[in-house]
Design a protein around this ligand. Structure first.
Ligand SMILES: Nc1ncnc2[nH]cnc12
Ligand SMILES: [Zn+2]
Length: 342
């Protein structure tokens, strides 16, 4: 008897149970929702229509994107806005086979505009609860500090988070990397750790390997966001592999922000062959042209990843999550059952 036909690669990727570990919820603001919220809230945006918004999304480095991303977030004002933003993301992620999502939010982007921390987190948490019921997903929340702001601002943000600590899994560090090394936030991360929070940091996206060392040694991170430039330092690669540090890699983001010149040059398979616990994620899907399955498909097509590679990436996403061991085991069992079905 012949073996049953395998699902086409695109369908296999969509259905693959996976976790998304690197997702900025503000970066999931689709132009359609941006426009609708601008109208609902009477906020002026510098675009006449949705096509104009999309046409503005051409970046030659991280800062080009960040300027547009922070401006877009100005339409988010109410609990309902933050709920609607996150609910749209969870619906889209579930359609891509995401069974666990750890979403980042940037409170300072909103508190600087007079929107309270409580407004932001109330809306996000309500959408997380809804997604757990509607899609059977598990979710976690990561509070990310903006590194272009100062340490005092980050400490104020951590203080605002205090009533919500049981709903926050970790702190993170994002925004303009060059010129804002992790060492600037060593004391804030130590305070967060003392409060029982885990930590992640963007490092080695545009910044040098030294920033990755700082994130490891001075911030004591539990997970590394991006980490691409670690590959320039074999000693660092060996350390990341030995310690099973999870890297949350974002291929379409890397292409859009010119971290790689072409997807055919993406290092995802080099990372796997070097023994790194690499994962694939979407970063800011509304701005970079695709959600998580698009990211898997992009590297599969450009780098010729095998089904075994794709399964490894999905497995790494559960192993690198902040879920307790029994929940990780439950998700891995779903993955194994899916692979067994072919
Ligand atoms: N890719 C990225 N790098 C740094 N900060 C970000 N904020 C949102 N996306 C980001
Ligand atoms: Zn990011």
């Amino acid at each position: 008897m012949s073996a049953p036909a395998l699902a086409p690669m695109g369908d296999f990727i969509t259905g693959l149970p996976k976790a998304e570990l690197h997702l900025h919820i503000e970066g999931s603001l689709e132009p359609e929702l941006m426009f609708a919220l601008a109208e609902r809230n009477g906020v002026a945006i510098p675009y006449a229509n949705i096509e104009e918004i999309r046409a503005a999304y051409h970046f030659s480095r991280l800062q080009d994107f960040l300027d547009i991303y922070y401006a877009g977030a100005a339409v988010l004002l109410t609990v309902r806005d933050f709920h609607d933003l996150a609910a749209a993301y969870f619906d889209r992620a579930a359609a891509d086979g995401v069974v666990h999502a750890e979403i980042m939010f940037d409170p300072q982007t909103h508190t600087a505009r007079g929107v309270s921390f409580d407004t932001v987190i109330t809306g996000l948490l309500s959408a997380m609860e809804e997604a757990e019921t509607k899609h059977g997903m598990t979710t976690k929340l990561i509070l990310s500090f903006l590194r272009h702001l100062d340490e005092a601002d980050a400490f104020e943000t951590l203080e605002a988070a205090r009533p919500w600590l049981d709903r926050i899994a970790a702190v993170g560090l994002d925004s303009s990397e060059l010129g804002h090394p992790p060492e600037k936030f060593a004391r804030v991360f130590a305070a967060a750790r003392a409060l029982g929070l885990k930590s992640v940091a963007h490092a080695g996206e545009e910044g040098p390997p030294d920033y990755v060392y700082q994130a490891l040694d001075l911030l004591a991170i539990d997970r590394l966001d991006h980490g691409n430039r670690s590959l320039e330092d074999p000693v660092l690669v060996a350390r990341l592999a030995r310690t099973a540090m999870t890297l949350t890699v974002c291929p379409l983001s890397n292409l859009k922000l010119c971290v790689v010149d072409d997807m055919v040059a993406h290092p995802i398979d080099r990372m796997l062959r070097a023994g790194l616990r690499a994962t694939v994620n979407s970063d800011d899907p509304a701005y970079f042209g695709g959600y998580i399955a698009d990211n898997y498909r992009a590297v599969e097509a450009a780098r010729g990843l095998t089904r075994a590679d794709l399964v490894t990436l999905a497995r790494n996403s559960f192993l690198g999550s902040f879920l307790p061991d029994d929940a990780v085991a439950a998700h891995l069992a779903k993955l194994d059952a899916y692979v067994a079905r072919g």
